[in-house]
Design a protein around this ligand. Structure first.
Ligand code: SF4
Ligand code: SF4
Length: 384
């Protein structure tokens, strides 16, 4: 027994070695700093990421450890993003002149709104900068294309810097108070996608960002200089409270991501090109419905169980797999037989997925640690 446990540890440690090497290169960017605050942030982030990956490998559970990193990432992103912008322009609010000068940071949620106008007018209808700055349009597009080809909608569980907010709130209560949500609502995000894509094309401006994005409440927002701006601000705050905090708390689901986010709906189509999917082994499934109950994005249904795979909205978080009492669910590579080397297939998914999350989260977590140390030592989150 003792020998078996040692072997399990050893195997998990060896499997984690490539991740340790790759995360070290990503976090250090190939050079070691002598600044003690940055060094502390680097070492802490490195241990944090690799402990979680080791636990994923050793315990066979995915979502339990992923969610910790994903939520910490979302909070760290807001700390480092706001501090960065307050340093750069003295405020979290965007002024009208900064919008005119195209200095708005780009975010992947805008992508579905840019497609039709890009095809029609050959311009990106977003007041951002193409290259060479923080959150430039070109770099976000490159990250998005790479992630979509490999992970598909896995982006929403392994890359989005905002999704950790409703993911985190959906885990606080032990049991849901809202136990079920009518099926018709499961398609709401596709309706939002259609509406914002068409209105953005008609008005040649990103209407979701201007009117509906709940995350404006915790990132940058436009200065309130008119009644319209005031109404927009009230909408952002209300949507954040309702869709990101209260409903995820009560329903224990990712309501903003699962039912409202137009990028999430759009990203569902990229699941068609990703080589990875979540499959049900119908020989093992006893139809207990546990996976349907826990799925944060309503991507498991009776039909999924009959068809043997998750719906196209699946974000590949692994929560259903962690919770299935019969081990009937697994990460699966398309084109291979179901049941073929499940551990190997899971690892082939976990390496790119975890590395992507580490790449997206690592810099933000390090920056947030440096700023929090600064808060305790100098009384400010700003580094200058
Ligand atoms: S949790 Fe597992 S056994 Fe239960 S319905 Fe889902 S796949 Fe089947
Ligand atoms: S089907 Fe499973 S892996 Fe996909 S989103 Fe739902 S819980 Fe996550």
């Amino acid at each position: 027994m003792h020998h078996a446990a040692t072997m399990t540890y050893l195997r998990a440690a060896l499997t984690s070695l490539p991740m340790m090497l790759m995360t070290f290169i990503i976090l250090s960017r190939g050079k070691l700093t002598h600044d003690p605050r940055h060094l502390f942030a680097l070492v802490t982030t490195f241990y944090f990421l690799n402990t979680l990956f080791f636990l994923m490998v050793k315990t066979g559970r995915t979502d339990r450890w992923r969610a910790i990193l994903f939520t910490v990432f979302a909070v760290a992103f807001v700390i480092s993003f706001i501090s960065h912008y307050v340093e750069a322009r003295g405020s979290m609010a965007l002024s009208e002149s900064e919008i005119l000068e195209c200095r708005t940071p780009f975010c992947h949620i805008v992508i579905p709104m840019t497609i039709i106008p890009l095809a029609l007018t050959r311009t990106i209808i977003f007041p951002g900068t193409m290259t060479g700055v923080y959150a430039a349009i070109a770099s976000m597009f490159i990250i998005w294309i790479g992630a979509s080809l490999s992970l598909g909608r896995g982006f929403c569980a392994w890359g989005c810097f905002l999704g950790g907010w409703d993911d985190g709130f959906s885990r606080i209560m032990k049991r849901p108070i809202i136990k079920s949500i009518a099926k018709k609502w499961h398609y709401l995000s596709f309706a939002v996608l259609l509406a914002v894509a068409l209105t953005s094309a008609a008005m040649l401006s990103p209407t979701y960002c201007e009117w509906l994005c709940p995350y404006k409440a915790v990132t940058e927002y436009v200065q309130v200089t008119s009644l319209t701006r005031l109404v927009q601000m009230i909408i952002f705050m209300t949507l954040f409270a309702g869709l990101v905090v209260i409903l995820p708390l009560l329903a224990k689901r990712r309501i903003q991501c699962g039912l409202f986010c137009p990028f999430g709906a759009f990203q569902s189509f990229t699941n068609k090109i990703s080589p990875f999917e979540v499959r049900v082994d119908k020989n093992l499934c006893v139809k207990c419905r546990k996976c349907i109950t826990v799925c944060p994005t309503f991507s498991m249904s009776e039909e999924s169980l009959d068809k043997g795979k998750a719906r196209m909205t699946c974000i590949k978080c692994g929560k259903c797999i962690d919770n299935c009492p019969k081990g009937a669910l697994s990460f699966h590579i398309k084109g291979t037989s179901l049941g073929d080397d499940r551990t190997g297939q899971r690892l082939l998914f976990l390496y790119p997925a975890f590395l992507f999350l580490s790449t997206m989260a690592g810099g933000n977590i390090q920056s947030a640690i440096v700023r929090i140390i600064g808060l305790f030592t100098t009384g400010s989150l700003l580094t200058h």
